[in-house]
Design a protein around this ligand. Structure first.
Ligand code: FAD
Ligand code: NAP
Ligand code: SF4
Length: 678
């Protein structure tokens, strides 16, 4: 008999014995609000979402946050676990997960002063910089009431069939607000000395343990690096961890940064596994299992982190939105087939902040499992897809997996369309992963790919249907002098790598203008160097600096860049809700000058002549060597008219359909939905 092949990720996939129960591996699906938690009528959808991930092999999942009471609401009428009726309504979730062989914990999240609600409460009456409501300072009795509500939520979670709870003690929420001197100005037994400030979480965990019994998982999410001024010192964090262990927690999960921190913690530009070192520092201090988190998105990274002794488990939240089969694929040695989370936040966090249901840019089925149902094709069809950008890739591979005979054409020498420019941007290296994933999907689904072939309508005779996914072409801004040798398009810079001078004006401050500016100020030293990244953003050792904050040490820009737009609004206003501030801050650090309300009067050999506002005031010459045009894009769809004239059934998707507000999220979603509907 042959011996079983060794596990490809022996540390990551090893079971974890918690004494009273065993987790099947070391992957925790971290808490993510999906927008399906607030209304019971959405629970069947939420159940399908969790069940798919439980079937995908994850060791333990944590729900989005549920408030223990009204004062803890994140938003008015938001998700709450405060009554036996609420517990009963959760049965559909826990049953679906258990039926699929998984385990699930309920996250109890009290928003404190981060509550978007007039009922919010906090240790002290101090408004947060990211919410409009000033919280009410709690009395001693009020604090006791909050503890009782936490404990009640724990018991109700058990009644609802959960395997455990996660007590949210990080990211600057209610519990975390007690721990920092910036938000806790009390002088009673809940404030002042750290022993007092940490009383709240320790009381919550110890009383909850007593109430729920020994055989129930209590995860405590502990802020190990606050990343805010007056954050906790490392000694304090360790004291808290020991107190939480003693109080009866089963597992400690790592929290990094508060929501108001000005250091990016999960965006794509944060190096992979950037904060595992923080959890590793804690390993020597406590003996219960520790979970580490943030920007862990491949099985290799997870395996390495555990093998290096940084943690006992890794938390991956968004990577399981991107691919519910992540763990099963890793276990089957098929890591190359994983649809990797690229850390863009565009369909997950950005949606949640806009009160929309979360999804995933690379996997539009996430949170739409009951609606985007995969079915096998019932008739045979030959379908041509023209354009192998995100839209065409998603559409062709989904069509082929349904059983259609699909041919995919692109005039370029590689698949990916504009993603081949996006992946050149420093901090967007993850975009390579999406192209790797689609290459594998093309192979696996049997799409017939033809590259280096510009297709005309005549080439498409004989196909039953044609999908036009030809994308976009740059808009012509019609600036006098733009044909000069000192003017380049973003395509010249990013794809053709044309030389750019030391002083540059970038015309257009949309997503591409920002990205091109980041490309131009960067010195292109090895990507994702963690130490360099920490220096640039001021992340230091919490043993020597409170909250892990130090003065940023920014390397000088490679070029002097001016970034201009015609609108008078703040440049970058239209960028992603949760990432726009990072792009603006990154360019500010590199001394990029942002000029709004610009009129582009002319370009000549000396540079760009601009004036400002309707009255064309402040006319000046920006003496620059190169001008880069990033003035938006228009659809490229010249195939459509001849195809329709020839009577071919034609579909339009992605940028070819609509260039305004185009992004890869819309392109992939549209391509996938079309493929499911043919
Ligand atoms: P495209 O990606 O433009 O693909 C169209 C394809 O069609 C091309 O490969 C082209 O060669 C091919 N083609 C055209 N005509 C023919 C023909 N006649 N025959 C054969 N082939 C043809 N989006 C995000 O969501 N997030 C980001 O962070 C992001 N960053 C970006 C950064 C940069 C620098 C750039 C340039 C874009 C970025 N985008 C980002 C935008 C995103 O890449 C586009 O929205 C997306 O690629 C559009 O997809 P598409 O498939 O519609 O078109
Ligand atoms: P965009 O975001 O629409 O920005 C176009 C820019 O060009 C704007 O600053 C606009 O500002 C300017 N402009 C428009 N018409 C002009 C004209 N006639 N003359 C001069 N300037 C003009 O488009 P984009 O930057 O080309 O990006 C394309 C898409 O890719 C975007 O929709 C975006 O979603 C996506 N993308 C996303 C990211 C991301 O990080 N999420 C990154 C890159 C790209 P004024 O009109 O004020 O001058
Ligand atoms: Fe990851 Fe982007 Fe998908 Fe969010 S939307 S899960 S960040 S790939």
């Amino acid at each position: 008999m042959s011996s079983p092949s060794p596990s490809p990720y022996p540390h990551l996939l090893a079971p974890l014995d918690l004494g009273f129960t065993t987790l099947r591996n070391r992957v925790l699906m971290g808490s993510m609000h999906t927008g399906l938690e607030d209304k019971v009528r959405d629970f069947p959808r939420l159940a399908a979402y969790f069940a798919e991930r439980a079937s995908g092999g994850v060791g333990l999942m944590v729900t989005g946050g549920f408030a223990p009471n009204v004062e803890g609401w994140l938003t008015p009428f938001g998700s709450r676990m405060a009554s036996s009726g609420a517990a009963r309504s959760h049965k559909i979730l826990t049953d679906s997960v258990h039926h699929a062989g998984g385990k699930i914990a309920l996250q109890i999240l009290h928003a404190g002063r981060y509550g978007y609600s007039p009922f919010s409460v906090a240790p002290s009456r101090i408004k947060s910089p990211i919410t409009p409501f000033t919280p009410r300072a709690l009395s001693d009795g009020g604090i006791e009431r909050q503890i009782k509500c936490f404990v009640r939520a724990g018991k109700l979670a058990r009644d609802a069939g959960y395997d455990g709870v996660e007590v949210m003690g990080s990211e600057g929420y209610f519990i975390n607000q007690f721990l920092s001197l910036a938000t806790n100005k009390r002088d009673d037994r809940w404030g002042g000395a750290y022993e007092n400030r940490m009383r709240l979480p320790v009381e919550i965990v110890s009383r909850m343990r007593e109430a729920v019994g020994k055989d129930f998982i209590i995860i405590y999410r502990l802020s190990m690096l606050d990343l805010v001024p007056e954050g906790q010192s490392w000694d304090e964090v360790v004291m808290l961890a020991k107190g939480i262990e003693k109080a009866g927690a089963t597992i400690i999960n790592t929290g990094i940064g508060w929501h108001e921190s000005r250091v990016p913690t999960i965006a794509t530009s944060v190096p992979r596994g950037a904060f595992a070192w923080v959890t590793k520092k804690m390993k020597a201090e406590v003996s219960i299992p520790l979970v580490t988190t943030n920007r862990i998105n491949t099985p290799e990274v997870g395996e390495q982190i555990i093998a290096d002794g940084c943690a006992d488990m890794v938390s991956m939240a968004r990577p399981l939105l991107a691919d519910p089969e992540f763990v099963n694929k890793a276990a089957a040695n098929r890591a190359a087939d994983i649809n990797t989370c690229i850390g863009c936040n565009q369909a997950c966090l950005d949606h949640v902040f806009q009160q929309k249901v979360a999804s995933c840019l690379v996997n539009p089925r996430a949170c739409h499992e009951t609606e985007m149902v995969f079915t096998k094709a019932v008739t045979k069809k030959r379908i041509a897809v023209v354009g192998a950008g995100p839209a065409g890739l998603a559409c062709s591979t989904e069509l082929a997996s349904r059983g259609y005979d699909v041919e995919l054409f692109d005039s370029a020498s590689e698949i990916g369309g504009q993603f081949n420019m996006a992946k050149q941007i420093p901090g967007k290296e993850e975009f390579h992963e999406t192209l790797r994933y689609f290459s594998r999907r093309i192979e696996a689904t049997g799409v017939k790919l033809t590259l280096n072939r510009r297709v005309s309508a005549d080439d498409l005779n004989g196909f039953d249907e044609v999908v036009v996914a030809t994308g976009v072409t740059p808009r012509d801004p019609k600036i006098p002098g733009q044909d000069g040798p000192n003017v380049l398009s973003y395509i010249d810079v990013l794809l053709h790598q044309k030389p750019v001078g030391k002083r540059v004006a970038v015309i257009g401050a949309g997503g591409i203008g920002f990205d091109v500016s980041e490309f131009l100020v960067d010195d292109h030293s090895p990507a994702m160097d963690l130490d360099a990244w920490k220096r640039e953003w001021g992340v230091g050792d919490p043993t020597t600096s409170r909250g892990g904050l130090v003065k940023p040490d920014v390397s000088p820009p490679a070029r002097q860049v001016y970034l201009l737009q015609r609108k008078s609004t703040q440049p970058g206003k239209g960028l992603g809700k949760t990432t726009g501030w990072i792009h603006r801050a990154a360019l500010k650090k590199k001394k990029v000058e942002m000029l709004a309300g610009a009129n582009y009067d002319a370009i000549d050999a000396r540079g760009l002549h601009v004036s400002f506002g309707e009255k064309r005031e402040g006319a000046t010459l920006l003496e620059v060597d190169t001008i880069v045009l990033c003035a938006g894009q228009v659809p490229l769809r010249d195939l459509v008219a001849p195809l329709e004239a020839a009577g071919v059934k034609t579909h339009l998707i992605g940028g070819a359909f609509e260039a305004g507000e185009l992004d890869a999220k819309r392109a992939i979603d549209q391509g996938t939905r079309l493929a499911l509907s043919i």
